[in-house]
Design a protein around this ligand. Structure first.
Ligand SMILES: [Ca+2]
Ligand SMILES: [Ca+2]
Length: 94
C-alpha cells in the first residue's frame, strides 16, 4: 500500500472494511442486515449514537438495499458511505 496516495488508500480501506464484515455469513460479497448492523456498530459508532432510535438504523439499512435482494452489496454500501461522509463534512465545516 506504500506507493498509493491518500485517496487510493482510503478506497482500499473501504473495500477491506466491507469485505471483512461481508465474509461473515451467506454471500461473501454482500452484507446481510445483521452483518451491516455489526459493521455500523463497530466502524461507525458515532452514527449509531447520533441516531438514538435503533429502529431508525434498521430502517436506514433496509432503505440501502436498492435492488431489494435483502443484502447490501458494495455499491449499496457506498451509498451509505457517501451519506455519512456528506453529513460528517457538514458537521466538520460548521
Ligand atoms: Ca455476507
Ligand atoms: Ca441489495
Amino acid at each position: 500500500m506504500s506507493d498509493m496516495n491518500q485517496l487510493e488508500t482510503a478506497m482500499v480501506l473501504l473495500m477491506q472494511t466491507f469485505d471483512k464484515y461481508a465474509a461473515g455469513q451467506g454471500n461473501r460479497d454482500a452484507l446481510t442486515q445483521a452483518e451491516a448492523k455489526t459493521l455500523l456498530e463497530k466502524e461507525l459508532p458515532g452514527l449509531i449514537k447520533a441516531s438514538k432510535n435503533p429502529e431508525k438504523v434498521e430502517e436506514m439499512l433496509k432503505s440501502l438495499d436498492l435492488n431489494g435482494d435483502k443484502e447490501i452489496d458494495f455499491s449499496e454500501f457506498m451509498v451509505l458511505v457517501n451519506c455519512v461522509a456528506c453529513n460528517f463534512r457538514e458537521v466538520l465545516m460548521n
